[in-house]
Design a protein around this ligand. Structure first.
Ligand code: SF4
Length: 269
């Protein structure tokens, strides 16, 4: 499927030698084209580059295959519908060639969504990809919002930031209030929005606390309450729950919206 240098360089026999001298390489999980299903860019045609590895283990994670690094990753070709298995790690040049290939296959792509996993765990590689290279697409960074210093390193290469605020009552993780506040202080210099995932187990007090942080740090930023969807595809928040959580957020912040994951409603990746 992928012609010429891209597929040969990723799968070729001299791969170990390439790695030895590569200045920086990254671990990916998959690359594909779809409609953006979340947040402020919803409905746009995006090229998704999913990074491998995450520093969190949220109970509701819907991309468990991206939580760890693996020797291979998947490329889903938009023109043929075929999936290719490629080798990790990948050099910045290899990824950029692949991005250009996808753009040629689907000129309707409006943005490159860098997602995960947690892409900021590979900030050095990301910096190599995004800054000072010929990347002919605006970049959306989708992040869990707990690594502010890593964000600083790649900020010049990012156009839009989608950051989470994680709630301990539904993520199962510890609170990250200070990290989220510091992250938003930096992220607000770009176009930015915040996602808070919610379900029936969500503590309204935590939603209110998250909304207070957004209101204090970046009062014009949109805050999305995103209902969690379980592995069977069921939405885990009923209408009454959503109204309760919406009101909790609105007590602290003006710009609040409830938005489900549209790609899941459509049954697309
Ligand atoms: S931060 Fe995102 S990728 Fe990581 S475990 Fe949580 S939901 Fe999954």
């Amino acid at each position: 499927m992928f012609s010429g240098n891209v597929s040969r360089s990723l799968a070729g026999p001299d791969r170990s030698a390439t790695e030895k001298f590569a200045p920086m390489s990254g671990y990916l999980s998959e690359i594909f084209v779809s409609f953006q299903g979340e947040g402020a860019q919803v409905g746009e045609r995006h090229l998704f580059v999913r990074f491998a590895g995450c520093n969190l283990r949220c109970r509701y994670c819907d991309t468990p295959y991206s939580l760890d690094r693996h020797p291979t990753w998947q490329a889903h070709d938009p023109a043929t519908g075929k999936t290719s298995t490629l080798a990790n790690p990948v050099s910045p040049e290899e990824l950029l060639r692949l991005v250009a290939h996808f753009q040629n296959q689907d000129p309707s792509i409006q943005m490159m969504a860098v997602t995960g996993g947690e892409p900021l765990l590979q900030a050095k590689f990301l910096r190599e990809v995004l800054i000072g290279r010929e990347l002919d697409l605006p970049v959306l960074l989708e992040t869990n919002g707990v690594l502010p210093q890593q964000l600083v390193a790649i900020l010049p290469g990012v156009h839009v930031i989608s950051m989470d605020i994680k709630l301990p009552s539904n993520s199962g993780e510890r609170p990250f209030w200070d990290e989220h506040r510091a992250f938003l202080e930096i992220a607000k210099s770009r176009k930015c929005y915040v996602k808070v995932l919610v379900d029936r187990t969500t503590d309204p007090g935590e939603v209110e606390h998250a909304a207070r942080i957004v209101s204090q740090v970046a009062p014009e930023v949109l805050l999305f309450l995103q209902p969690i969807v379980d592995a069977q595809g069921h939405v885990c928040a009923d209408g009454e729950t959503l109204v309760t959580l919406f009101l909790a957020a609105r007590r602290q912040h003006e710009h609040v919206r409830v938005l489900p994951q549209v790609h899941k409603l459509l049954g697309i990746p």
